[in-house]
Write a protein that binds this ligand. Structure first.
Ligand code: NOJ
Length: 730
């Protein structure tokens, strides 16, 4: 390590003020060029050694080869003047080697504990390969399944987003960033990226300040408060201002209002893209706007490294801004203990990758994330069947079942449903289709004949991994290729048909439900998806997942979410549909409420929905004190009874409506949930405690307050059920 900072390098467990001192000492020795070098993030590995030796790169992404990483680190630490180590980053989104269900699937568990465990496993595996910074969690509220990136987040609801985001941050970062198994989290994409118009990735968003504050900010604020070390700006513009150049977002909100002191990185060339937005004249202008807006590190636009010195000389960026940025970067490097341990033990990953307990956690997460959408005549579980037909393009697709952003998961380690079901049944295997977009039906007769010979058929359909994720928007959400036809063909054999959907987003599966008895929606379940699904199908495990997004009848209903604002003409259940309209009908408004003539007013399945092999009875909620002060706590209890035959877990959900506000309020909002496990016949009194302060929102004066008045709450198994109970806040 170069002499100048050797004396500084022992801070990892020292108090924050000591780190600040070390940062200041180091900063005082740096040239402007070296400072700008720290603000530069590049994609690559060993071939960046020369750049690293010059101190012109602060962080790298997209390299996971320990030997290459050590080579570039050596150049930075031993050859650059100040020996500042490089921060190595990667998109570790839902696991590193052991791939967990996609984040949307993880959200379906409604189980922050298993999600935190998944993030911890990811951190242990990724750090063993030298990755100390992940670009996760993605906190973008996503209400349009046409947007391919719905796969990467927690779905449509701000409260669930907070719970999942905080769990991931805790799991990645552990208790102490200096622990070699801790990985800095990056909350992204700040902000509103998921609201892209029409679900078209990278598109414009129009989000009012109030709705940013009420809906899009909460998960960022909560994870910032939970200690998330870094934040990424988003590609989109809001109301004409790209996030990467948005001073209000990055300074007023993030720093001044929230008091967050982490490090801000751009998204990949999101600074450079401000030229295409027509917000910046040229690359130099992008650097000026981004740094002045509050960005600390530039991911891959090359604008900072080329122009920041010039901009400082011209007085367009002050050195104070540069010091702010570099301070945030160095602080993180000190906190991570990089100065003490910059190198990777090249044999470490072999000891932890795919460790049995990692696989076990991934399996548990996949079990909890599967949602039972339909189970006619209780055909599931298939506990009596001996011979089953396994068919469909996702039944034995080890790469596809890992889903999007699974760069480092190796398909050789994936266990597919076909492999796992072979352990449980006599399996007749007929793929029917080669991949999800396959339209070739020539093998369908074979599949139908095989179904006739089996006790039951299980059809694995869905999306290949490449169909969701970044830049994978779709306008049609039906199953691709001839998958629906395959299900219909199997149904002709007259045997029980179970469909399992492995996909990156909610698909429009209404017509497929009609052709099967049972449907499990597993999203892309990851490395251990096969054993998890086999346990569910066999009845060794019972489904408990709940939908983290509203499921649509038709893509034309998007965006569609349960917690929309009250409208002036809400649906009342008497809406006229297309087939009810007389021929040559007179010019009249049909029903005058908010709905579609062709797909009605409801979704296919509401947010929070999910069945079990068992059944549950919800007693009426009883509020301990139905008149509350603003500093009070709502205590509401109800009896939950398992009325079925299986020990099972129910996710009980608490929704609240603020009946009248100074601004229009949502029809209802999730405010709590609990996973409750009950034996057959068992009942339990379950209590929710909700501080009245959790009912606050950004009101007409843009103040965050609880407005006194009438409220109602529901406790139910999904967002569309339950009887309301009233209460008052005085
Ligand atoms: C672009 C994506 O939007 C972002 O989520 C990701 O972290 C970066 N690329 C780095 O790969």
């Amino acid at each position: 390590m170069a002499g100048a900072i050797a004396a500084l390098a022992s801070c990892a467990t020292e108090p924050q003020s000591d780190i600040d001192k070390k940062v200041d000492d180091l900063l005082s020795q740096m040239t402007l060029r070296e400072k700008v070098g720290q603000m530069n993030q590049l994609s690559g590995g060993a071939w960046l050694a020369e750049t690293a030796a010059k101190g012109e790169v602060g962080s790298i992404l997209n390299c996971v080869d320990p030997a290459e990483l050590n080579a570039v680190q050596k150049a930075a630490v031993e050859e650059s003047r100040l020996g500042i180590p490089i921060l190595i980053s990667r998109d570790v989104i839902h696991g590193f080697r052991t791939i967990f269900p996609i984040p949307l699937g993880q959200a379906a568990t409604f189980d922050p504990a298993i999600v935190e465990k998944g993030a911890r496993v990811a951190a242990v595996e990724a750090t063993a390969s030298g990755i100390r910074w992940t670009f996760s969690p993605m906190l973008d509220i996503a209400r349009d399944p046409r947007w391919g990136r719905v796969a990467e987040g927690a779905g449509e609801d701000p409260y669930l987003d907070v719970q999942m985001g905080v769990a991931m941050v805790k799991g990645y970062q552990g208790d102490d960033l200096s622990d070699p198994t801790s990985m800095a989290a990056c909350i992204k994409h700040f902000v509103g990226y998921g609201a892209a118009e029409g679900g078209r990735d990278y598109n414009s968003t129009m989000i009012s300040e109030r709705s940013l504050r009420n809906t899009y900010f909460p998960a960022f604020k909560a994870t910032a408060e939970a200690g998330a070390a870094t934040l990424m700006t988003s590609f989109n513009e809001i109301d004409g201002i790209p996030s990467t150049g948005n001073k209000w977002l990055l300074k007023n909100i993030l720093r001044d209002e929230w008091g967050w002191d982490g490090m801000v990185v751009t998204d990949w060339n999101s600074a450079g893209e401000m030229i295409a937005h027509g917000f910046s004249r040229d690359l130099k202008h992008t650097a000026e706007q981004a740094v002045n807006a509050g960005v600390d590190m530039d991911m891959m636009s090359y604008g900072f490294i080329q122009y920041v010195e010039e901009l400082v000389a011209e007085g367009k960026i002050s050195e104070k801004e540069i010091d702010r940025a570099v301070r945030n970067i160095l602080k993180l490097k000190f906190e991570l203990g990089l100065f003490e341990n910059p190198y990777i033990d090249e044999s470490a990953s072999a000891k932890v990758d795919y460790a049995p307990k990692h696989l076990e956690a991934a399996k548990q997460c996949a079990i909890e994330s599967a949602i039972l959408l339909q189970n006619k005549r209780n055909v599931l579980p298939l506990d009596k069947a001996r011979t089953i037909l396994v068919t469909g393009p996702l039944a034995d697709a080890p790469y596809e079942q890992m889903g999007t952003w699974a760069f480092d998961g190796q398909k050789e380690h994936t266990v597919t449903p076909l492999a796992a079901l072979r352990e449980e049944y006599d399996v007749i295997w007929e793929p029917g289709l080669k991949y999800s977009r396959d339209k070739d039906t020539k093998d369908f007769a074979k599949v139908r004949n095989a179904a006739a010979r089996a006790d039951a058929a299980v059809v694995f359909v869905g999306e290949e991994a490449i169909l969701s994720g970044e830049a994978h928007s779709l306008s049609n959400l039906n199953l691709q290729g001839a998958q629906s036809e395959l299900i219909a063909e199997v149904a002709k054999a007259g045997k029980p048909v179970v469909v399992v959907v492995m996909a990156g987003r909610p698909l429009t599966i209404e017509r497929d439900l009609a052709n099967c008895d049972a449907m499990l929606y597993s999203f892309h379940p990851g490395t251990m998806g096969g054993p998890a699904l086999a346990d569910l199908i066999k009845g060794k495990a019972v489904p408990s997942g709940k939908l983290p997004m509203t499921f649509l009848r038709d893509a034309g209903q998007a965006p569609f979410y349960y917690n929309h604002n009250n409208g002036g003409r809400p649906c009342n259940g008497t809406e006229t549909l297309l087939e009810d309209i007389p021929i040559a009908a007179g010019q009249t408004s049909l029903g005058c409420t908010s709905y579609y003539l062709d797909s009605g007013y409801g979704p296919l399945f509401p947010f929070g929905y999910g069945l079990s092999y068992s059944s549950f009875e919800y007693g009426r909620p009883v509020i301990e004190n139905a008149e509350l002060e603003r500093d009070g706590t709502i205590r509401v209890s109800f009896d939950l009874k398992n009325t079925g035959r299986y020990e099972a877990t129910e996710v009980a959900q608490l929704y609240v409506q603020d009946k009248v506000g100074s601004v229009v309020r949502p029809v209802k909002e999730l405010k709590g949930f609990q996973r409750v496990t009950l034996a057959p016949g068992e009942s339990k009194t379950v209590t929710f405690e909700l501080p009245v302060s959790d009912l606050a929102f950004w009101n007409i004066d843009m103040e965050y307050v609880v407005e006194p008045g009438d409220f109602r709450l529901w406790i139910a198994g999904d967002s569309a059920s339950g009887e309301p109970v009233d209460f008052i806040v005085k």
